[in-house]
Design a protein around this ligand. Structure first.
Ligand code: ADP
Ligand code: MG
Length: 474
């Protein structure tokens, strides 16, 4: 039996302190400085002293808390760049998350030359991944299924591995990856450091820890939001008016981007219908979607051309959205920790955020539990008192244009920006986020030039070629 020594902590010592006190290489510290990582986040401050000392770790912390650096710094410290073999592996639940982690580790690895980091995910062919592996990689980041494929075909060797990370472990379990993870972990050398990160702590996690970790230390960060930034309000509704009330809230508060949480997939579908009927641009995420559809939804939401993203907790796991004016709890969750996790996605950085909750009489005990855990007195407001600027519809400021052609055609964001601001004559300020995927490029443009921009791009050229373009609007 493995015993665990939990450090249950609300953010404690070291928080806000600089990385300089940690046993990190001077070049690494200089790089952190360059990245403007001036002080540690709570999860970093609590876990790095443990992991840099070589211990196994189980860490529970929410999305956006800086978990990647918390495992990347020890992983990079354990690495010998002159040894051409896979020395660290990170398992992630989805391709998007694996890509995010790969990018973040690349930034953090800049302090040294020639650290090769490879992303091994499904959805693209095995061949190029096999070739890259043959050329030698120091770190692999991937989804359990794809990593397993490579192990079975012998293209991935783990004899030199010294660090294993399970990122978003609860989500991987939700997705049914237990057996794949077990298969992969059994191929790793027994002498290694294992770190497990998770937003929640379901039973499967304890099982993973017992089977695959050595005397892990536990770190759990209870969330604390700065009250001033998230303004939380509670509205009484009856169940039959719940979905309509969401539209009322949106028309009153007029947030540019809102994440609306429902407790079930069916409720998500129903809400989407109600919002569409009101002319509100809303999209939803669910587990049955193909990767390409998922990408399109996330891109449109992140670039501000979709007002509302409707999701369950499972579907929204791991999403890190920079600017989110509001979170609406369409259904109140029975778990107060999940509630805190949901609303913590708004009010980031210097922005204020709204957390708006729709509560039926049956939700009473849930609200009491939330109020107790958050040490708040609920601010009850009246739906009837909401003003709606009914004559000005809620319209997202941007429109997403899809250009057929992406990474495979070697298109880069600069090519698209160039095409729009060059001959087409638009200004930099009229162009938003540009996202290049394997097959398509997505560019957000301000709404009133969308039609013109489609026309100009279709008539002109991107990277010397004629392209097909369409606006993602229904
Ligand atoms: P998580 O995995 O917990 O969801 P990430 O590791 O993706 O969070 O980090 C979220 C964001 O915060 C990233 O953009 C990352 O670059 C940034 N970040 C992480 N740690 C720091 C830090 N100490 N100082 C400044 N920014 C940081
Ligand atoms: Mg993460």
């Amino acid at each position: 039996m493995t015993k665990t020594s939990p450090i249950i902590s609300t953010p404690t010592k070291n928080v806000g302190e600089s990385f300089n006190q940690l046993p990190l290489a001077p070049a690494m510290l200089a790089n952190l400085q360059q990245l403007e990582y001036l002080s540690m986040t709570p999860i970093q401050a609590t876990s790095l002293p443990i992991t840099l000392a070589g211990h196994d770790l189980i860490a529970q912390a929410k999305t956006g808390s800086g978990k990647t650096a918390a495992f990347a710094l020890p992983l990079l410290t354990n690495l010998n760049p002159r040894r051409f073999a896979v020395q660290a592996m990170v398992l992630c639940p989805t391709r998007e998350l694996a890509d995010q982690v790969t990018q973040e580790i690349r930034r953090l690895a800049r302090f040294a030359d020639n650290i090769k980091i490879l992303s091994l995910v499904g959805g693209s062919t095995m061949r190029p991944q096999r070739d890259s592996l043959e050329h030698g990689a120091h770190i692999v980041v991937g989804t359990p299924g794809r990593i397993m494929d490579h192990l079975e075909r012998g293209s991935l060797k783990l004899d030199a591995l010294n660090t294993l990370v399970l990122d978003e472990a609860d989500r991987m379990l939700d997705m049914g990856f237990y057996d794949d993870i077990a298969f992969v972990v059994k191929q790793c050398p027994a002498q290694r450091q294992t770190m497990l990160f998770s937003a929640t702590y379901p039973d499967g996690i304890a099982r993973l820890a017992r089977q695959f970790m050595r005397d892990p230390q536990e770190v759990k960060l209870l969330e604390q939001h700065e009250e001033s930034k998230i303004r939380q309000r509670f509205y009484k509704v009856d169940n039959e008016n719940r979905l309509q009330a969401v539209a009322q809230l949106l028309k009153h508060y007029r947030p540019v981007s809102t994440l609306a949480f429902c407790n079930t997939k069916q409720q998500c579908r129903s809400l989407l219908e109600v919002l569409h009927a009101q002319g509100i641009k809303a999209l939803t995420l669910n587990g049955d979607m193909e990767q390409r559809e998922r990408d399109q939804v996330l891109i449109q939401f992140a670039n501000r051309s979709c007002s509302v993203l409707v999701a369950t907790d499972v579907a929204a796991r791991g999403l890190d959205i920079e600017q989110l004016e509001a979170v609406i709890n369409v259904d109140v969750t029975p778990d107060p920790e999940i509630h805190i996790h949901r609303i913590g996605r708004t009010g980031r950085a210097d922005e204020d955020g709204w957390a708006l909750n729709l509560c039926s009489p049956a939700d009473r005990n849930r609200i009491i539990a939330i109020a107790q855990m958050m040490h708040i007195e609920p601010d009850w407001q009246d739906l009837e008192a909401l003003q709606s600027a009914a004559d000005t519809p809620l319209v997202p400021p941007m429109v997403t244009l899809q250009i057929l052609g992406g990474r495979k055609e070697k298109i880069r964001p600069g090519d698209v920006l160039g095409a729009l601001t060059g001959e087409a004559g638009f200004t930099r300020e009229q162009i938003g986020k540009i996202t290049v995927t394997d097959m398509s490029t997505y560019v957000a443009v301000v709404r009133n030039i969308a039609r013109q921009a489609v026309k100009k791009l279709s008539e002109g050229k991107v990277k010397g070629k004629t392209v097909k373009v369409r606006a993602l609007e229904d």
